[in-house]
Design a protein around this ligand. Structure first.
Ligand code: G6P
Length: 457
């Protein structure tokens, strides 16, 4: 085998850029943000960094066919049906559900022939990544594999290229052993054996790392474990939040909210683990039990579409809409809309909402980190009280200055909203300053470099 030239490689399902085909047939590129993008840009150009990702859309596939691409990026055109089984079937319907403990009757898993068929696709999809990495890596290169989509890559890559330094980072929680035991025995063994073939495994919090270790019946051997709590990118966020499009959206949001009213903001993918419905029920309980807030508060809820190929996500979106409509029909007046629900993704509008929020509601039932909880304090104009789930990874760093809740407890969450809305402005501002400091302790570039350094030193 001839070795490639890259000394630092990243692998993830979703890459730094996606393409769509414009009306004139040309390809339009859309660049994504996120920690890995800024981290990788800090790597010395001489290292010949390479990012291997998957083609996710028709535009991406067309870009691969036309040989169009970002320098330093290789998009894999994995057959659409193999990708769909691996991504929708295994990664998002099984592994995501296990680590977020989302199964509930009647949605419990059935590990049957169909599951085995999809698992074979997950293996094929992981193998395509392992082969591309093996081909692109220079001798002794460092490879950082990202997330639950690619759990089988470390083991496969180790077999192909024993010389490489291999890391894997989990952006999700890790399931406790009793829950992980839902998976068939051989699948559990396959996942753990592959991950333990890495030199280092990274997690967002000690809690998730401990859960992983507890799932390993024979211990973690020589594989190192690192805790890297990804923080918010203050420079990027503050600069972006000061752009004219964000200022325009602040003006239009203020108009929608109405003068003199307080604002409770939430921004999420419409994702089962984000617990949007219980958040709305808590707000409803606040209005049911504390009429003094009628006409004085608006709940701005941005619930952006996610994983819409899965019926359970589409149904969840409908449920969010239904509960929001119900609150508005019970309490709304000609001049007051209690819930402003927006379902179309708009990053500039999210930042506008962050800036003007009086209260941020972040109540996931389980979350690897939750960056919204870290981003709001960084860009807040006048200080924002944070209502935060004790099941979010961010709880570890933000607990002292947040009002924390059990995400299942709607009444506790309603009380927390009341306390947050009632917080004096000076206290809010003081807490927000401390939250912003904690939230930016490990900026994305440093987060990435720390992982790389611990892999190569
Ligand atoms: C989580 C995962 C990421 C994923 C993101 C968006 O944060 O840890 O790996 O990219 O959700 O989900 P999607 O399925 O749209 O990539």
């Amino acid at each position: 085998m001839t070795f490639g030239a890259s000394r630092v490689l990243v692998a993830s399902n979703r890459g730094p850029v996606s393409y769509s085909v414009g009306e004139d047939g040309s390809l339009v590129a859309k660049r994504g943000g996120g920690g890995v993008v800024s981290g990788l840009s800090a790597i010395d150009a001489d290292a010949g960094a390479l990012w291997v990702c998957s083609a996710l859309s028709d535009g991406d596939r067309e870009a691969v066919r036309r040989g169009v691409g970002e320098p330093g990026t290789r998009m894999l055109d994995i057959p659409a049906d193999v990708h769909a089984d691996a991504y929708n079937g295994i990664a998002n319907s099984v592994l995501w559900f296990v680590h977020h403990m989302l199964y509930q009757t009647p949605l419990e898993p059935v590990f049957d022939g169909e599951f085995r068929r999809q698992w074979a696709s997950y293996e094929a999809y992981n193998r395509a990544f392992a082969e591309a990495l093996a081909e692109g890596a220079a001798e002794g290169a460092a490879v950082l594999v990202q997330d639950y989509h690619l759990c089988l890559v470390p083991g496969m890559l180790r077999a192909l290229r024993p010389d490489l330094r291999i890391g894997h980072f989990s952006h999700t929680p890790w399931a406790p052993p009793d829950y992980f035991a839902l998976l068939p025995n051989d699948i559990r063994t396959q996942l753990l054996t592959s991950l333990l073939a890495a030199d280092r495994l990274g997690f967002l919090t000690q809690r998730w790392a401990d859960a992983f270790t507890a799932c390993c019946p024979d211990g973690t051997g020589t594989t190192g474990i690192g805790i890297h709590p990804l923080g918010a990118d203050a420079d990027f966020l503050r600069d972006r939040a000061d752009q004219p499009d964000v200022r325009d959206r602040i003006a239009s949001l203020r108009e929608e909210i109405g003068d003199g009213r307080l604002t409770i903001v939430r921004v999420d993918r419409t994702e089962l683990s984000k617990n949007i419905v219980r958040g709305l029920l808590a707000y409803r309980h606040l209005l049911d039990t504390r009429p003094e807030w009628h006409d004085r508060v608006v709940h701005v809820a941005f619930a952006y579409p996610s994983r819409q190929d899965l019926k359970v996500y589409r149904d969840y979106m409908d449920e969010v809409q239904r509960v929001a409509d119900e609150i508005n029909s019970v309490y709304g007046t000609a001049t007051w809309t209690p819930v402003l629900l927006h379902l179309k993704d708009d990053f500039a509008r999210s930042l506008a909402a962050y800036r003007l929020a009086d209260v941020a509601l972040v109540n996931p039932i389980r979350d690897g980190m939750n960056l919204v909880a870290k981003e709001v304090p960084v860009v807040s104009d006048d200080g924002c009280a944070l209502v935060l789930s004790r099941e979010a990874g961010a709880y570890g760093e933000l607990r002292d200055d947040a009002i924390t809740v059990n995400p299942y407890d709607v009444l506790e969450t309603a009380d927390a909203l009341h306390e947050a809305l009632s917080m004096p402005r000076e206290e809010r501002a003081e807490r927000t300053k401390r939250l912003a400091a904690a939230a930016t302790a490990l900026p994305p570039t440093q987060w990435f470099l720390d992982q790389l350094n611990s892999l190569t030193s």
